[in-house]
Design a protein around this ligand. Structure first.
Ligand SMILES: Cc1cc2nc3c(=O)[nH]c(=O)nc-3n(C[C@H](O)[C@H](O)[C@H](O)COP(=O)(O)OP(=O)(O)OC[C@H]3O[C@@H](n4cnc5c(N)ncnc54)[C@H](O)[C@@H]3O)c2cc1C
Length: 308
């Protein structure tokens, strides 16, 4: 995916628990505004627009350049450990234990896969921003789970971070649904851990917290993300699967009950959803005012417009 859409929507990845949203690290944005004028926007030149561009989505300007603060990262360690699906409960229990205690340098995701024609699997993906020996130590209990099928743990350069999940880089049709989880209690275990993944392809739970849970009044249009976990559901977007996948999303959302809030990160919004789900009401109102002021004729159209 592109850096610009990711960053305009906030953007959270392997560095977020330590350094916050990608949008927090933006220092200047080069834009063409709704009247066609090029500008360089900073905290000093235009605080309102600068705030909106860092997390409020693509509604406010055409972005032609982003300037980021850089962070030193001398060592990076991570990878994927994968087991057959019959180990899912054990993997989930250790995922819970590790994410509950993890320092901000450690980010851990649990992934369940059901690739058509292959046996179902469960995986732990993680990145540790520091000494490999310490990263290995923090995740050492995973070595006690028998039957490992793949283990790609190793030292990485920042440019190799995509190797952790090894997601395809070519476009592929998919349907997704993102949510924020308030807990990993009984409803989550029953619905996301014990139930089969099919007809979906992937059920992913990410440990959040760290810098994402801290308020950053100077960080842009992103409030703190207080939910401890994020959920991402993915299905293959093939015509004969669309109905079954959509139905399964709804079943899962219904069964999760109070374990989800209905709020979600802007970059996890899916077709049919609204930007209102990604912001608290004060933030949404301020974004809407800025949109009306800066683009009264709605020349610029985001994929998830703040005006609904
Ligand atoms: C496989 C996969 C993994 C993902 N993982 C994560 C993740 O870990 N964390 C996360 O936060 N998100 C993640 N996402 C979501 C991703 O951040 C969003 O889909 C994002 O919108 C992608 O931006 P894009 O520029 O590639 O897409 P586009 O479809 O090109 O853009 C999306 C929107 O961004 C705006 N936009 C893009 N470029 C510009 C521009 N130059 N000027 C103004 N507006 C612009 C527009 O509103 C546009 O509709 C993932 C998506 C995929 C497909």
């Amino acid at each position: 995916m592109g850096v610009t859409g990711y960053t305009l929507g906030g953007g959270f990845g392997w560095f977020a628990r330590k350094y916050g949203w990608a949008a927090n690290a933006v220092r200047a944005v080069e834009i063409v505004d709704a009247s066609g004028r090029p500008q360089r926007v900073t905290a000093d030149s235009d605080p309102d627009l600068f705030w909106a561009l860092r997390g409020g989505g693509g509604d406010f300007a055409i972005v032609t350049g982003l300037e980021f603060e850089l962070f030193a990262l001398p060592r990076l360690y991570g990878g994927r450990m994968m087991w057959p699906a019959d180990r899912t409960r054990e993997v989930f229990d250790l995922f819970t234990e590790i994410t509950t205690r993890a320092p901000a340098e450690l980010s851990v995701w649990l992934q369940r896969y059901q690739i058509p024609g292959a046996a179902p699997t469960v995986a732990i993906d993680f990145a540790y921003l520091g000494d490999p020996a310490e990263g290995r130590h923090l995740t050492r209990r995973l070595d006690t789970i028998d039957g490992i099928m793949a283990d790609t743990r190793g030292e990485l350069s920042p440019a190799e971070i995509g190797r952790i999940t090894a997601e395809p880089t070519d476009p592929s049709p998919s349907l997704s649904r993102g949510e924020l989880l308030t807990d990993l209690g009984d409803a989550v275990v029953k619905t996301l851990i014990d139930a089969p993944v099919a007809p979906l392809l992937n059920v992913q739970i990410r440990g959040l917290g760290g810098a994402l849970a801290q308020d950053r009044p100077d960080g842009g249009a992103r409030a703190a993300l207080t939910e401890p976990y994020a959920l991402y559901l993915l299905g293959l977007g093939l015509p004969d699967l669309l109905v079954a996948i959509g139905d399964r999303f709804e079943e899962i959302i219904g069964a999760l009950g109070a374990s989800i809030t209905g709020a979600k990160p802007y970059t996890f919004l899916a077709p049919g959803e609204s930007a209102a789900a990604a912001f608290d009401s004060d933030t949404l109102v301020r974004l809407q005012e800025i949109k009306r002021n800066r683009d009264p004729h709605n020349v610029i159209r985001a994929n998830f417009p703040v005006l609904g």
